[in-house]
Design a protein around this ligand. Structure first.
Ligand code: BG6
Length: 282
């Protein structure tokens, strides 16, 4: 059976479903260019999508891989995490072969984006599945005549069986800004990161691939172009403040985000930048 790409309705949103001959699957919504499901061959969902996520277009969808652009979190005057995650993207390319399926979604400036951020741009998100691997590549081009700067992230919600039993390896020795401790800069000194309380950290200039281990499965996480890693889990109290996350939702998710946030990316007229996050199911 060949790999396929088809348009589907997903909770009322127009989406694409990619399926490879080996049985890997992805669903990506055109609202926000948001990957909402990734199932590698073997049949286990690896992304967390909140059962209370809102799909009416009024807000970002809680889960999957929101695209944060042109602002990460509250690092500027724009809406939290920018406007890309709530914008309508369009399909730029679709390609599939025996072993892979690839789509590219695109977003350009419009009256609505220029009202918030007065810069001409074109952003593309490439989504590629091949074997047990998912590659997400964000490219941003400055199509105007003046320099601009931005911050960005692929805000990946990983599905975990029990977050307390998960171990994230690879961050040892890196500095991070700790949002749950008044933005203090700390150095990670443990061999593994265990999630045992609210966690909201921006690790800077991470050079190593990461490994998320659970009892019976692991996930390799790599980034190119994105220098930073954000690790976020809202834990018990913060979850209550999020109407689109169930009370026990925090237990089944861990955000490990590829980010360019510590230092903004600067783009001159005609220049472009790209960053990629790769997940490998092990
Ligand atoms: O609720 P939002 O806007 O999707 O943001 C979720 C979280 O996103 C993370 O990336 C931030 O580090 C957190 O501070 C934030 O709470």
């Amino acid at each position: 059976m060949p790999s396929t790409i088809e348009t589907i309705d997903f909770h009322g949103q127009s989406a694409l479903r990619l399926v490879t001959a080996a049985g890997a699957r992805v669903i990506v919504s055109l609202h926000g260019a948001q990957v909402l499901s990734w199932i590698p061959p073997g049949g286990e969902e690896r992304l967390y999508l909140s059962p209370l996520a809102r799909f009416d277009g009024s807000a970002a969808i809680r889960g999957g891989v929101p695209v944060c652009f042109p602002q990460f979190a509250g690092l500027g005057p724009l809406p939290h995490h920018g406007f890309a995650r709530t914008a309508a993207w369009s399909v730029a390319t679709e390609r599939s072969g025996k072993d892979f399926a690839l789509v590219t979604l695109a977003l350009s400036d419009s009256d609505a984006t220029r009202a918030l951020w007065p810069h001409p741009f074109r952003a593309e998100l490439g989504i590629l599945i091949e074997d047990s691997r998912l590659d997400l590549e964000l490219e941003v081009e400055n199509t105007g005549s003046e320099r601009f700067e931005f911050t960005a992230a692929l805000h990946t919600y990983l599905a975990v069986r029990e977050v307390e039993q998960s171990r994230l390896e690879g961050l040892h020795g890196y500095d991070y800004r700790d949002k749950v401790d008044a933005d203090r800069i700390r150095r990670d000194s443990g061999d593994v990161l265990l999630i045992e309380a609210e966690t909201d950290r921006l690790y800077q200039d991470v050079k190593r691939p990461l490994l998320l281990r659970e009892y019976d499965r692991s996930l390799g996480i790599n980034a190119d172009g994105f220098p930073d890693v954000v690790v976020w889990n809202p834990w018990v109290e913060r979850s209550v403040a999020l109407p689109d996350l169930p009370a026990n939702g925090f237990r089944h998710m861990l955000c490990v985000e590829a980010a360019a946030a510590h230092r903004p990316v600067h783009l001159g007229a005609g220049e472009s930048w790209w960053g990629r996050q790769t997940l490998v199911a092990l």
